[in-house]
Design a protein around this ligand. Sequence first.
Ligand SMILES: *Cc1c(COP(=O)(O)O)cnc(C)c1O
Length: 409
Amino acid sequence: MSRDACEAWDRRDPLRPLREDFHLEAGRQYLVGHSLGLAPRAARDAVAAVTAGWAEDAVAGWNRRGWLDAPVRVGACIAPLIGAGTDEVVVTDATTVNLFRLLCAALDARPDRRVVLYERDNFPADNYIVEGVVTTLGFDVEARAVEIEALAGAIDDSVGVVVASHVNYRTGAVAPAAEISDAARRCGAWTLWDLAHSAGAVDVNLSGMGADLAVGCGYKYLCGGPGAPAFTFVRRGLQARLRSPMWGWLGHASPFAFEPDYRPAEGMRRFVCGTPPILSMAALEGALRLFEGLQPTTLELRVRRLTTLFRDRLEQGLRGDGLQLAGVGRDARRGGHVLLRHPEAPAVRQWLRDRGLECDVRAPDGLRFGFSPLYSRLVDAWDAAETLLELDATRAWEGVSAHREGPVT
Ligand SMILES: *Cc1c(COP(=O)(O)O)cnc(C)c1O
C-alpha cells in the first residue's frame, strides 16, 4: 500500500460524499470521533429548524412539530444501526442514567435472581452504577466482577443480569457477545449491553444475538453533539414485564390526564422520565439522517479497513522501545479505535496536537486513535501512522511539555 493507493481507494469509496457534510479545517486530523463525533451540517440545520420553530410556535410547537414524540421517533432511527426493531428503542437521558434504570428494572422484575455479573474492565461509570445500585437500593443482590473472557463461563442460574460493553472503551476489543448471549439464555439470565463504542461503527445485531437490554451513546459515532441524549433498548417481549424505577410523568400512559396514580405507558415510552431536550434531540435526529440506508456491516467493514491500515503501518514501523501498539491483535475483531501506550502519553499527544493530529489520552498511559465510518479517509489513517512513526523514530516527545487545557483528556 502507498499513500497514492490510499487516495485511489478513497476516491472509489461509496461513502465518500458523507464527509462533505462535516466541517474539517484543511490539515486537521480528527481522530477522536469515538469520544465526540464531528458536527454534521445536517445536525446544525436540524437545530436551527427547532430554534426557529420555538421562536414561531413557542409552546404550540409541542403539538405542531412532533416534539413530544422525539424519544420514540429518534429511537426508531437508531434501531436499524443496532439490529433492533423500531419499537424497541427510545432516546432519553444519558447512557449512565439509562443503565441505572434498566438495571433496577431488571432486578425488580426477578427478585429470585441474586447476582449481577459484570465485566471488570468495563467503562468505570458502568461499574459505578452496578456497585451503586447494589449498595444503596436494598435489592439484596451480589455484584460479581469477572474478566470479559470469563464472563460466559461464570453465568449460572443465580445470575439475573449480565452487564458488559460490546466494544471495550480502552482496548477497542469486541466482546464475545454471541457466546455470552448463548450462555445467558441457557441459564435464564438477561444481558445488558453498553453499545457506546459500537452504535454507528460496528455491526451490532441485538435481535440476532437475542440481547435483552442495551444502552448506548448519541454523541460518539452517531455524531449527535456534545451531551447528546442516549438510547435504551428493551427486547419487545420484555417491555411489558419491566417497571422503570423512575415514575416520570412522560413515562405515564396518559401524561396530560394528570392522574393521581402512576400507570406506565405501553412499549418503550415507559422508559422516558421527564421532558425530552428537544434542541439536543434535533441535533441527533439530524445527524442520524447521514446513516439512513447504511447497514451496520458496511460501517464495520469501512472502519476495519481504516484501523487495519493504521495498525499494520505501525506494527511494521515502530522501533519497539517507544510507542507500543496495545489493545487487540491484528486479526481480532475491534471497534473504531486503536489503542497505543506510552509512558509519556500527554507529551506525545501534545506533539501530535501541535501538528494538527488529535487523539485522546486515557490514563495512565493510553492514547486512543479513532476512525469514523462517515468522515475518516484511508489517507487519514496513512498520514496519522506516518506522523506517529516520525515521532517514534526521532523520540520527539522528549522535552515536550503537555499543557492541559482543562479537565477533559
Ligand atoms: C462514553 C461512554 C458512556 C457515556 O456515558 P454518559 O452517561 O452518556 O456520559 C457510557 N459507557 C461507555 C462504555 C462509554 O464509553
